[in-house]
Design a protein around this ligand. Sequence first.
Ligand code: SF4
Length: 402
Amino acid sequence: MNTQFTEDSSFLSAQAESVIHLTAPLFGKVMTDVNADLADTILYLPSLADGSMPSLRDVRAVICTSTDPRLEMITLQGAVPVIVVASDIVFSQGDIISVSQRGRIHRYFRAQSQNNAFLVTEACNNLCIMCPQPPKPQSMVSHEAMEQRILQTLALIDDENLPASLCITGGEPTMLKEGLLRIVEAISARTPNTLIHLLTNARYLSNEHYTARLAQAGGHQLLAGIPLFGYVSEIHDYVVQMEGAFDQTMAGLLNCYKQGISIELRVVLNEVTVKYLKELAEFISRNLFFVKHVALMGMENMGFAKLNREAVFIDPWEYKDTLSAAVEVFQLYGIDVRIFNLPLCVVNPDTREYCKQSISDFKNSWDAACTPCIKRDSCCGFFSSSTEKFWLSRHVHPFVVE
Ligand code: SF4
């Protein structure tokens, strides 16, 4: 793999400065190595390169910056579409992208990333009060097109870039029904050693036959990330704004267990869920002891979490003792527990060892207070959606001594 550019900018979606001669939307693999076989690929000419002019024969398009001295020559040739991007938009060899005729660039696969995810739908059958990406109505979503794009992406991933894990997310992936089974099957066939991390509310997995087929499609590669927000239906159904959801999710969890699908149980920590967190920890430990691990997750301040901030926001500092008590319950029952998305300085010392660097690189940021902190390398930091207005905690403080 050509790695002359290590600074892969982590954008998933970006706008080109301009597009030239692009007469149809583009989808394909990015190449940066001008000495490789460039047929049917999109050639990225980084501004760092030596400036020599590669052969553009059979190249589908060229991406470069407006200051690239080769831009004029390429444009004058008129045979190849050119996408002009800002210098901070960096691609890596093996990235898989689409470019609309208006220059909207979407990156489906980042060859150098450990955080690749396939967003398979923006529709959902829940309406969680703190959802960071509020769903779109199902009528606005084309599942067939999305499925085709994912299958095409999988086919284009180079062998050397096959990821250790691949997330399937939404919306709610089971909204694709048969389509999800085909995607899981295709991932399994293309990359049999990759962990398939399926984020689902598991309501549809209450259908035992469907869950059996999902298990067959993904086999040992599947890890279902399933959220549970309360130990009784009143709490869970309120959080997801759907009556009956708790019963279905519980049935889905049990079906996963029966079919041998590994489960990561996810609890998002907010004003509503932390009130009964210890009870939930006890409920999980007694009834759902078969889960692979439990993830207690700090909330992302986006979408409905912003809109409903009054109802759902709580500074993690205020629930640090509750968090310690819940972790103690899991410890007592021997359940593997992890804490996601919470900086080390806002939890108690006894829970720090459970905190993981869980925030994907493309949405990770830091506070100015973090600069002198000696624990920065082991801290998850913040979601980039945390701002002065939508802050996460008023108690961020750097560690200066162990
Ligand atoms: S100061 Fe910043 S780096 Fe240090 S523990 Fe807090 S959030 Fe993490």
